[in-house]
Design a protein around this ligand. Structure first.
Ligand code: ADP
Length: 569
């Protein structure tokens, strides 16, 4: 609730103006039955046609005013809802892009997507509705009750007797509804996750003939959403008919009692007609309030989910700044231990130091923690123990905006974006044409780019119009183009043939400059590195040059004899 109010407050004057108009419109509406009563009871007996026409005219005028007031107020309400939701989405997006990786892991991307879309929509609806109903419904309800009391207090008692039942109903429903809708949103997250997995894995699903299986899987979550929706709706659906029933029952009683009272001369026929008009207004107001509660329950659940995102911490802030020491190793890992789940360490006791411009190969079975080391260096996560230093300065003392531009990374499943080859290489950076071309040549991407039509040739989303090896070379071009101080290649040459990979390695060595970490499955990709770190289950199994490891590290020997054949090893 507070979350939504925060975004409404800056639009306060528009809300106030719109709601004042609404108030005016509602007052006009309340006047109409009153005038009707006056016409029936006081004017008609006089048989004075011009008077009837006059009061009829006044009635039409009032209803025109009510109409205009309501229409303009509704437009204001829609505008406020639109602007507030835009601000919410803006802040949410800003927060998500700078959110820390642990919270992203916890909330999950599919959930973030549905929060950005579905949940903001529910909030949008409730902001609009509050302004449309927030004044009108209470005025109609309270105003209606007061006016009926002045008309005929005895008949009003029937109405008042109904109210406690309705209040109880509203209370029960809102208490039941909110948790059900929270659960529903949860199921929608699941649905988004499955759709996302399907969409991104559509080729493999088709290739493996798993379409039917995936359809079943989708149907299951879809059914889950439908069931939950039904469960929540069934509770909410008790609302309208029960309210209608209670009020109609009241109406019947009013007519019965009213007929008695008119016959005994205690009241007039016009008053009964007016009374019934008010009764309908009160009925509508109550229905609006219950509908509002349904939508409000959803929106409250949504607002909580949005607030949860906004309350997560953004990426780690820096410790007090420290000095760099040019004589210290360029990159140093000092006894680094880290765990994703805080239970079992993913990597443990990792130490190495790299002089400027040197290369480190990281080798090990999948899941041994190789990529994790790179994520730690980029500060997607911070180590639980130990330190990572750049020129002797703990990276936690650096602002992310200072640290990350010094590093270029290519990940296993990195993204190419829709645009041109040049856009993808530049990635919004101010680079000279020479730098772009030089990077493309070094990444061995020149031949196929020329074939495709040069720098201006189009790249589809995810680079789908390029082969796996070509995509990797485009990504390598992007990474090399900034002449980064540090270059991180995470399995970035796995799709290249041996000849191209060798040419790329030679180009990398020739230009030099960047301190480079290369993660690879193939020993040929790292054997020429200055140092090689061998990982096994997150623990260091060896550190040294190719020759040293061949002598001292059994795991390395094993990998080497498997991959290089007996004689090289
Ligand atoms: P490698 O690069 O050697 O294949 P990773 O560093 O990617 O290995 O992963 C090491 C281990 O950490 C794996 O067991 C993996 O399941 C786990 N892991 C990786 N990323 C996450 C994450 N975001 N949350 C939880 N566990 C993770």
């Amino acid at each position: 609730m507070r979350f939504i109010l925060k975004y409404i407050r800056p639009l306060g004057s528009r809300v106030a103006f719109g709601m004042s108009l609404k108030l005016f419109g509602s007052m006009m509406e309340l006047l109409i039955p009153y005038i009707l009563s006056h016409i029936i009871d006081d004017i008609t007996p006089l048989k004075d046609v011009p008077q009837v026409l006059l009061w009829g005219g006044i009635m039409i005028f009032c209803s025109l005013l009510a109409w205009a007031g309501n229409v303009i107020a509704n437009r204001f309400a829609a505008g406020v809802a639109r602007d507030a939701t835009r601000a919410i989405r803006h802040d949410l997006f800003g927060h998500i892009v700078s959110m820390n990786s642990r919270d992203i892991d916890r909330i999950t991307i599919p959930s973030l997507i549905s929060r950005m879309s579905t949940d903001t929509f529910y909030v949008y609806r409730v902001i609009g509705m509050t302004q449309r109903m927030g004044v009108r419904a209470p005025i109609m309800l309270i105003g209606g009750i007061i006016l009926t009391l002045t008309l005929d207090p005895v008949l009003s008692l029937i109405l008042l007797a109904m109210l406690p039942f309705m209040a109880g109903l509203i209370f029960l429903i809102s208490k039941k509804g909110v948790p059900l809708y929270e659960e529903l949103q949860h199921r929608v997250d699941e649905l988004v996750r499955v759709v996302r997995e399907n969409a991104s894995g559509v080729r493999i699903i088709k290739a493996l003939g798993k379409t039917e299986y995936e359809k079943d899987r989708f149907q299951q979550v879809n059914r889950g959403v439908a069931q939950q929706e039904t469960k929540a709706s069934v509770i909410m659906a008790i609302n309208n008919p029960t309210t209608q029933f209670l009020l109609n029952l009241g109406l019947v009683l009013v007519i019965l009692a009213g007929a008695q009272r008119v016959n005994s001369g205690l009241t007039q026929a016009g008053k009964i007609v007016t009374f019934m008009s008010f009764f309908t207004m009160i009925l509508n107001a109550l229905l609006a309030i219950t509908r509002f509660l349904t939508i409000g329950s959803k929106a409250l659940a949504s607002a909580r989910r949005l607030q949860e995102v906004m309350e997560t911490e953004t990426e780690h802030t820096a410790l007090p700044a420290a000095e760099e020491d040019p004589s210290a190793p360029h990159i140093e890992f000092r006894n680094v231990t880290f765990s994703y789940n805080h239970v079992q360490p993913t990597v443990q006791g990792i130490s190495f130091s790299l002089p400027k411009g040197s290369t480190l190969g990281i080798l090990g079975p999948t899941g041994s923690g190789k990529s994790t080391l790179i994520k730690l260096l980029l500060r997607f996560y911070d180590p639980d123990e130990g330190q990572i230093l750049l020129s002797g300065r703990d990276i936690r003392t650096m602002e992310l905006s200072d640290l990350r531009p010094r590093i270029s990374a290519v990940f296993q499943n990195d993204a190419l974006f829709r645009g041109t080859v040049e856009d993808n290489v530049r990635l919004g950076r101010q680079l000279s044409m020479e730098e772009v071309n030089d990077a493309i040549v070094r990444a061995q991407a020149e031949p196929f780019i020329n074939e495709k039509g040069g720098l201006e040739s189009p790249v589809q989303a995810h680079g789908s119009n390029f082969s796996g090896g070509q995509q990797q070379r485009l990504l390598l071009s992007r990474a090399l183009a900034g002449s980064p101080e540090i270059l991180l290649l995470d399995d970035a040459t796995s799709a290249l043939d041996f000849k191209t990979e060798a040419a790329f390695r030679a180009a990398l060595r020739e230009k030099g400059g960047s301190t480079t970490l290369i993660i690879a499955q193939r020993i040929s990709a790292v054997m020429h590195c200055d140092q090689i770190l061998v990982l096994e289950d997150g623990l260091p199994a060896g550190l040294g040059s190719h020759e040293e490891l061949l002598r001292s590290c059994p795991l390395y020997q094993e990998i080497a004899s498997l991959q290089l054949g007996g004689e090289d090893a």
